[in-house]
Design a protein. Structure first.
Length: 79
């Protein structure tokens, strides 16, 4: 019976890839196909982290948006 794909992120060390604990029992003793994808491929600037990219995000809104977001969503504040 074919197994569904399982996707997870891991860091290699000394040629070893640790399988997360939640998948170990399912995969124990089974032949698996491993496809490695460099996590940095496709990121802006080559090695820029997701957090670095998020720090560049700029939004506009009222100065009290974080304190009164619910009121803005339901239309109680109209500024």
């Amino acid at each position: 019976m074919p197994m569904n794909a399982i996707e997870f992120q891991a860091v290699t060390h000394d040629g070893v890839l640790d399988i997360p604990p939640e998948h170990r029992r399912l995969l124990d003793g089974k032949a698996v196909r491993v496809v490695l994808v460099d996590a940095q491929v496709g990121s802006v600037g080559g090695s820029e982290s997701h957090f670095a990219r998020l720090r560049r995000v700029r939004i506009q809104g009222p100065t009290d948006l974080s304190a009164n977001h619910d009121a803005y969503i339901v239309g109680e504040r109209d500024e």
